[in-house]
Ligand binder design. Sequence first.
Ligand SMILES: [Zn+2]
Length: 437
Amino acid sequence: MLGHVRQLIERALIGESVPALVRWGKRVPRPLIQRMQADSFRTLVRYAAQHQKFFARKLREHGIDPKQVREPQDLGDIFTTPEDLRALPAEEFLCREPELVFETTGTSGGPKSVYFSYAELDFAARYEAAGLYENGVRKGDRVVCTFDVGYWFSSWVTFLACKRLGVFCSAVGKPHPREVYSRLGAYGYNVLVGDPTWLVSLSEIAEKEGTYPLKLIMAAGDRMTAVYRNYVESVWKCPVVLAYGSTEQGGAGMECLRREAYHVDEFNLYFEIVDPDPDGYGELVVTTLSRRTMPFVRYRVHDVTRFVEGPCACGATLRRIERIKGRRDEMVVMGAGNMYPEIFERVLHDVEGLAASWQVAVRQEGLHDILEFRLEMSNGASTSQVEGAIQENLKTLYPDVWANKVCGMYRLAFRFLPRGSLDQGRKPRRLVDERAT
Ligand SMILES: [Zn+2]
């Protein structure tokens, strides 16, 4: 019986039928999902042992025979980390000739490259398609997607998800919200997909100048605070659902209309929470079960969350994870982009008149992200000169960060404090996130 059900599911997974995938996401008993995951995990471990230099070396170092590995725990403390990915050449992880590359930023600067095949990108999109379908998107709807393009992954996934659904889609990069606002009526978009802060800016225009009827808004990026979400929903009078993922994981999960937690793609990804605290919160670790170009075995995402146990009212049997509680490191995701301390070290290092102590805080004022520089002066330089030099550096060194300011994604603020007030001892926190979650 289970064998027969499994065949049907696998056909739904590789086939074109999104409704079938959604149906199976609600019918498959958990023991069967777990068995499928365990089989796929073992298959991937054997494949990576044979084809991936990095993983093969780790197995040798730990004296582990891949044929004996039945579950993640059998790999002990073998993980793949973002630091490995950044430090080592791509050949260490590539298992076959790639067809696509995407990049992802991280905590200590410098992009990480992740390679895919066309089929793998397409496969990542089918879960987003299923999520959109479950949340009511149908043929005849019109989607506008404003995720940033460049080397980013997410815009392509949304585009291919819409293609799979047979839904009209404009994936237009991240223009000024006004450019999209001015086309909402003409093109009849009724589904918006974008970053939280971009959606807030668009909603501010719509609040003043009028809205259009929308069916659904999907936001990705976990910094959609409750305040932002309530505001956007109140302007458009339609639900905002959140999606979660990264280039390394692919699309990992999406909320259903209950909007309580992310349903994760267990048909494609194996999730673990490592080092959980007494409440179950720990670091998310992901194994990419279906990828063969550049698979990751036990990739440490550095995001902290926990599993939500028990069934969801929507009926899906796929496991849920809570919204990300924070990052293990210091990165702050905000309207300016992914901010990390190194950015500000570079921006401030040659500004005359500054003392050594400084801190940058991300705050929220009403509906806006504020990037606040807290500084101490070392001599008689004027504060306006210092502000000018910092803005100039930001514009020159980080044009993307500056472009988001021009777009209205955040505001800059400066606070000058008496000498010594920012002294934090040996391990100062240079970048702090003070927004309410
Ligand atoms: Zn649900």
